[in-house]
Design a binder for this molecule. Structure first.
Ligand code: ZN
Length: 369
């Protein structure tokens, strides 16, 4: 993987850049749609390509449980298995595992029960790397230990130190280092000194990219912004930075200004399945009775094919009669909205006017998104 910064925003820490992988290039800042089990729910790979996406996120832990890495490897890797020829980033699954009630952390790894059949598993740092290498992702993640919010300082400090030890073991466990880039994950909850310690220890290990983990666990947005900005300042400028599991448009805009390059979030696809659309006028709930006889487009400001071809009344009808096509159409529109946001952010950085982009967003009708 190669990362090149093409433009620096004069008024903030934002940058526009380009990541090159064995499966093609990706322009940053970039938003990755979430294909946890090897599929963007309710969308086929061709639609994601049509929307202009160039990289997606899959979850190694879910794919290792079902269908099993041996099945994906036999297909020729995850790209072929899911018919997605472009770059893939996999998360180790640590975050999902640690959110299970029964997960128990040991120095050797994390012990948990499968969400599918209740069987007991252990995921070690070495195993997390082996699984991701077998899947064949372009960017892979170390196994880290997130802590929930709020966490006391001692718990957070312990998790930081274990995350560093595990990061070293992930590096040492690599079998095919040439095939993918392994990113280290900065932890430390909301404690600036722990975040600094975590960043310093991982920078020492010289990863090709760095992720910021353990956010979006209930801390207020202002606090997250503060911690993110403090961490990015401690990471090497020439390497990509990935804010895991974030976020909403306003979270993304402020993190881009703090120098973050990569984002992922299930929100746009998740809310689509509940009948909510991201629009230039804010969030729209299509089930609302006021749209019963509204034959205008979902978002008049949107140029996606859903907004060009289908009406609010029709979409509402599909939702209210539980027609599955509704999920596809709203998911498509929401991902188009997110792609437009990222394109707008990138263009603003290239034009040196990120601050005016941010200001017009927070002053606009979509500020609450
Ligand atoms: Zn649209």
């Amino acid at each position: 993987m190669k990362f090149e910064i093409t433009t620096l925003d004069p008024g903030s820490a934002a940058r526009a850049g380009r990541i090159e992988t064995g499966h093609g290039a990706v322009e940053t800042p970039v938003f990755l749609p979430v294909a946890t089990r090897g599929s963007i729910r309710c969308l086929v790979s061709e639609e994601l390509e049509e929307l202009g996406y160039r990289m997606l996120l899959a979850n190694a832990y879910h794919l290792a449980l079902r269908p099993g890495t041996e099945v994906v490897a036999a297909a020729g890797g995850l790209h072929r298995f899911m018919n997605w020829p472009r770059p893939i980033l996999t998360d180790s699954g640590g975050f999902q595992i640690f959110s299970l009630a029964e997960a128990r952390v040991e120095e050797a790894g994390v012990v948990f029960r499968s969400v599918y059949d209740g069987r007991r598993h252990r995921l070690s740092p070495e195993e997390a790397v082996r699984i991701q290498e077998e899947l064949g992702a372009d960017i892979i993640m170390t196994l880290d230990q997130p802590v929930s919010h709020p966490a006391d300082r001692e718990t957070a400090a312990e998790a930081v130190r274990r995350t560093t030890r595990w990061a070293k073991r992930c590096q040492a466990g690599r079998q095919r280092p040439e095939a993918s880039a392994l990113f280290g994950i900065v932890q430390g909850s909301v404690y600036p000194e722990l975040r600094a310690e975590s960043a310093a220890a991982l920078v020492e290990l010289d990863f090709p990219g760095y992720a910021l983990g353990g956010f979006c666990l209930g801390e207020p947005l202002e606090l997250m912004n503060e911690v993110v900005a403090a961490v990015t300042g401690r990471l090497p400028a020439e390497k990509p930075r990935y804010l895991m599991g974030i976020g909403t448009p306003r979270e993304i805009i402020s993190a881009v200004a703090a120098g973050v390059d990569i984002f992922d979030c299930a929100m746009p696809t998740h809310i689509a399945r509940n009948g909510a659309a991201l629009t230039a006028a804010g969030r729209l709930t299509i089930r609302n009775g006021r749209y019963r006889n509204d034959h205008g487009p979902l978002d008049p400001a949107c140029g996606c094919r859903v907004c060009r071809r289908y009406s609010r009344a029709y979409l509402r009808h599909l939702f209210n009669t539980r027609e599955l096509t509704a999920f596809n159409l709203l998911t498509y529109h929401n991902l188009h909205f997110m792609k437009g946001l990222m394109d707008g952010l990138r263009a603003a950085i290239e034009a040196g006017r990120l601050e005016s982009f941010r200001k017009s967003f927070v002053d606009g009708a979509a500020a609450g998104l």
